[in-house]
Write a protein that binds this ligand. Structure first.
Ligand SMILES: [Zn+2]
Length: 122
């Protein structure tokens, strides 16, 4: 291939032009981590979030319905470059987990406590 910056012929394995030191764009998706580091990113993220950092309505609903899904989704989005929507999914997942916990443990407990209380009263 030829260097797009200076026109020198460079080996296909080179990521950097030996003549002008400019980085060569490779068209394959299989770019090693060192190429990402050279472009200013520390490590290649496990998941690269696509598009703008706006919460998706479908994922919000899923986070509310399945708490652990929301928390995992939030962690993935936060590490994948969407900290704003990632935090929202985590908060929604935690909120949903809290509400489900209330419904599962606290409401029957409160109901039985109320039954015992009214049984004593009569
Ligand atoms: Zn060059």
């Amino acid at each position: 291939m030829t260097c797009p910056h200076c026109g020198a012929s460079v080996s296909n394995h080179e990521r950097q032009c030996p003549y002008c030191n400019s980085f060569l764009e490779t068209k394959t998706d299989d770019i090693p981590n060192s190429a990402f580091e050279a472009r200013g990113q520390q490590t290649r993220p496990m998941f690269q979030a696509q598009g703008p950092d706006t919460p998706q309505p479908l994922l919000i609903v899923l986070s509310l319905m399945i708490p652990f899904f929301g928390i995992i989704l939030g962690v993935i989005h936060t590490s994948g470059g969407h900290p704003k929507s990632g935090k929202l999914y985590i908060i929604l997942g935690a909120l949903s987990f809290f509400l489900i916990s209330c419904g599962t443990f606290l409401l029957p407990l409160a109901f039985s406590a109320f039954s015992v209380f009214s049984a004593f009263k009569s």
